[in-house]
Design a protein. Sequence first.
Length: 127
Amino acid sequence: MIDRVGVDVDGGQLSMLKAYFNAKQIGEVEVRETSRGHHLRIQLPKPVDERRSLEIRAALGDDPKRLDYDYKVVSKGIPVRIDVLFNAKAFRGGLVSLEQPCNPLSLPFKLRVPREVYVCRRCGRRS
C-alpha cells in the first residue's frame, strides 16, 4: 500500500499549477522546483494500491516515461520500488539537477499579450 504519490511535471508553470490544484483535492502537496520542471509529492489521506497510485499520477500529468516504466514493473509483479523522485542528479561527476523548495502560489506569472492588443493604462493608447 502506498500513502505518498510523486509527480514529475516537466513543462511550464501552467502545467505545474494544473497538477498542483488538482493534487490539492487529493491531499497535502509539497512542490519542489527542478532544472526541467517541478516535483510534486502528495500525501494521501489513506493508502492506495500500486495500480491506483499509477492512475492518480497519470491523471495529474506525471512524466509518461516514468509512468510507462512503473506500469511495466507493476504489471509483471517485479518487487521493485516504484514512483522514485530524485532530490539531486549527477552526471559524469557533476551535479546536473538539484531540487529547490518552491511555493507555487508565489511564482512570477508571465502574461504574453501581443503588442497590438496591449492598451496603455495611463493614456489608453494602443501600442
